[in-house]
Every structure is written in C-alpha cells, then in structure tokens.
Design a protein around this ligand. Structure first.
Ligand code: NAD
Length: 253
C-alpha cells in the first residue's frame, strides 16, 4: 500500500466523518497529509492519529468559504512539503429545511461552504499543481446532486450545491487536463457520519432511507475512502471529469 508515497495531500473537512477516514487512508498509502477543518484542536487529533500510525501529517485550521484561509492553507502545505499533489474537497454542511421555509442566509451559507469553498480550494491547489504539471483533485458530491432521477425533500440548497460540484468538476477536468491535473467527483449515498445523525434520530425516516438501498445498510466512511484513494492515485490515471457513485445501489432502484 504505497500508492501515494511522497505525495502531498490536502483533505478539507477532515476533523471527523469521511474527511477523517480519507486523511487516514491517504496517509496509509504513503501521502503526507494536511488535515484541515474549522477546529485546529480537532484537526490536530487526526494529525496525531496519523503520526501515531507512522504517517506524516500537519493540522491546519481553515474555513473553506474564506479565500484568505484557503490561500493560507495551501501556503502552509507548500511551506511544509514544497508542493501539493492531491486535494480532497470534502468539507460540507447539510441542513434539512423545507423549501418554502428556506431563508436567503441559509441558502448562501450552504452555497458558500459546499460550492464556493470547493472552487476556492480547487483553484488555489490547482495553481500549485500547474507548476509541476501533475495533480489529482477529488470533489465530494452526493447522490443528492440532481440529474439522477431522484429529488431529495428538504435539501434544495444542499442539492443545488452538490449539482454545482458536478459542473465544476467537468469544467475543471476540461481546462486542467492539458496540465495533467485530473479532477473527478465521488457521489456517496447514505454514509454513517455525524452529518446523518438527524436522520438516525427518526427511525421512520431511517427505515425509508434504507428501503431505497439494495444493500440495505448505510455505508461506512472507509468504503468511500477506498474510492477517494483510488481517484487520488495513479491507478485512475485515465480518469478525469467522472462522477463515481458509491451508494449501496440507491440510484439503481
Ligand atoms: P461531517 O459533518 O461529519 O463532516 C463534514 C466536515 O466538514 C466537518 O468536519 C465540518 O467541521 C467540516 N466543515 C463544515 N463547514 C466547514 C467550513 N466552512 N470549512 C471547513 N470545514 C467545514 O459529514 P460527512 O458525512 O463526513 O461529510 C463529508 C462530505 O460528504 C460532505 O461534503 C457531505 O456533503 C458529503 N456527503 C455525505 C453523505 C453522508 O451520508 N454522510 C452523503 C453524501 C455526501
């Protein structure tokens, strides 16, 4: 498991949930990892976990919706290890709110973090990748990305942000391909992380979700990290602009 030896990876939203397992997995593959999120203390815990397992990591506090934070994060990665090879755009929020009650502020906050944040991080990282003419960016979308024949009640703002990520991914793939920077998206289904705690508190809703999943269980964060590690590595060297679904069969129903 040395696919990512000597690579430098940034993972956003990595203090918990899937971001944490992506960071651990990339480190296990040999990458030096920038563990980034809104809490320095929580990031440090994940970075320490990586170091304890024999890997290399630094913790960097960064709100992805703020350009200065993002630029500083990329500067820290370059300052520490001289380059950026991999970006996993993973940070996100998911607020359940009926469409008719959704406020402008709630809409803006979701779009700022889930979509603008992905643009800011990808642009800052890609500028570094362009210097070495190589890189891999993995954007975490969702099955709630639209255009798949399934709408998700109470997630208009979230779905709009995730759909935007697909357009961003495809456009970046076209523009950055000539620079040998690959850009792909992953679209997870229902994955067991703190984000879905509100769903789990309501057994009826949870039952409804699982009824739509042929494997009839939620996914584990590590099952998404397997895909992220693949897309970040040379194993996926001929893939760019793709969206890969990891959903226990949800969208096949
Ligand atoms: P999570 O809530 O555990 O993790 C999200 C992380 O993003 C948190 O650590 C949070 O602190 C961080 N974050 C929030 N706002 C931020 C900001 N402004 N700047 C930096 N970091 C910020 O949830 P998760 O399920 O691990 O989510 C990871 C990604 O996967 C998200 O993009 C989410 O939309 C996506 N996703 C999750 C599921 C699921 O079922 N859990 C399904 C599809 C897609």
């Amino acid at each position: 498991m040395n696919d990512l030896k000597d690579k430098v990876a940034i993972v956003t939203g990595a203090r918990r949930g899937m971001g944490r397992t992506h960071a651990l997995r990339l480190a296990k593959e040999g990458a030096r990892v920038v563990v980034s999120d809104i809490s320095q203390e929580d990031c440090q815990k994940v970075a320490d976990e990586i170091k304890k397992a024999g890997g290399e990591a630094i913790a960097v506090e960064c709100d992805v919706s703020k350009k200065k934070d993002v630029d500083d994060m990329v500067k820290k990665a370059v300052g520490e290890w001289g380059k950026v090879d991999i970006l996993v755009n993973n940070a996100g929020i998911c607020q359940f709110k009926p469409f008719l009650d959704l406020t402008e502020e709630e809409w803006d906050r979701t779009i700022d973090i889930n979509l603008k944040g992905y643009f800011l991080c990808a642009q800052a990282a890609a500028k570094e990748m362009a210097k070495q003419k190589s890189g891999a960016i993995v954007n975490v979308a969702s099955v709630a990305m639209g255009q798949v024949g399934v709408g998700f009640a109470t997630l208009a703002h979230y779905s709009a942000s995730k759909g935007g990520i697909i357009g961003l991914t495809e456009t970046m793939a076209v523009e950055l391909g000539p620079l040998n920077i690959r850009v792909n998206a992953v679209a997870p289904g229902a994955i067991e992380t703190p984000m879905v705690d509100p769903l789990k508190q309501d057994p009826k809703t949870m039952e409804g979700v699982l009824a739509r999943v042929p494997l009839h269980r939620m996914g584990k964060p590590e099952e998404v990290s397997n895909l992220v590690a693949f897309l970040a590595s040379e194993q996926s060297s001929y893939m760019t602009g793709s969206t890969v679904v990891v959903d226990g069969g949800w969208l096949s129903q």
